[in-house]
Design a protein around this ligand. Structure first.
Ligand SMILES: CCCCCCCCCC(=O)SCCNC(=O)CCNC(=O)[C@H](O)C(C)(C)COP(=O)(O)OP(=O)(O)OC[C@H]1O[C@@H](n2cnc3c(N)ncnc32)[C@H](O)[C@@H]1OP(=O)(O)O
Length: 200
């Protein structure tokens, strides 16, 4: 444990963000490698056994939702999750965020372009981060509209921008775009609705 970045304590376990960020990065590298590899039977068997072993170790460390790290660490890349394409927030305020994203080979759709489902996935993730900012009631996506303007190419640094558009009572409208240099690859608009007390 590096100790230097230990941020808090969960049920006796001191969280080490640096170690956790490295673990999530290694998981992404693994998924990218898996997506392009052609393992023979013995290699697949060996890997399956190794993964089953680690799933068992992690299963013994399972925590309640509020205490988990995956997707819940604001200070590290992608909030510490590997479910969406990798991203990093560079600037953030209440109005929105700017950042950079990279679609690894795990998110390949076809002919070198990202999968069409991975693009809305990234938007929903980013929109949720902006809408569910500090001090605001939790809100969920009611709709998410994506325009695919140009293919999203893999393994490139892409520019991200998300901004709040307007608010009408419980309804919050948000927009965003993904750019590859000067090319707008995708634009999105979503409605988030603030949850009423007791809504799941
Ligand atoms: C705890 C939260 C932590 C969130 C972390 C970030 C997660 C990232 C975001 C997500 O991915 S959330 C997961 C995906 N979304 C969902 O699972 C939401 C499922 N749907 C619902 O739970 C409800 O439909 C929803 C809360 C969105 C709205 O239901 P309500 O019963 O609270 O609202 P209602 O139907 O009364 O609608 C409120 C207003 O929104 C409008 N509205 C709702 N859905 C709409 C829609 N799809 N299109 C247009 N307008 C819509 C509706 O017309 C109305 O407008 P007015 O107030 O002007 O009359």
């Amino acid at each position: 444990m590096s100790g230097a970045l230990a941020a808090d304590d969960r049920g006796g376990i001191v969280v080490d963000d640096l170690a956790y960020e490295a673990l999530v990065g290694a998981t992404r590298n693994f998924l990218d490698a898996l997506a392009v590899a052609v393992p023979d039977g013995p290699t697949a068997d060996r890997l399956t056994a190794d993964l089953a072993g680690w799933a068992g170790v992690l299963g013994g460390l399972a925590a309640e939702e509020r205490d988990r790290l995956f997707g819940r660490r604001a200070g590290i890349a992608s909030y510490g999750q590997a479910m969406t394409p990798a991203y990093r927030v560079l600037e953030r305020d209440d109005a929105g965020l700017r950042g950079v994203a990279r679609f690894g080979r795990y998110f390949h759709g076809g002919k070198g372009a990202a999968h069409g489902g991975a693009v809305p996935l990234l938007f929903d993730e980013l929109f949720g981060r902006v809408i569910n900012g500090e001090g605001r009631p939790p809100a969920r996506t009611a709709y998410l509209h994506v325009d695919f303007r140009a293919v999203v190419r893999l393994d490139r640094d892409l520019g991200l921008r998300v901004w709040r558009e307007r608010e009408e009572g419980r309804k919050q409208y948000v927009r965003g775009e993904i750019r590859d240099g000067d090319v707008v690859c995708a634009e999105a608009e979503a409605l988030f609705v603030a949850l009423r007390p007791g809504q799941p």
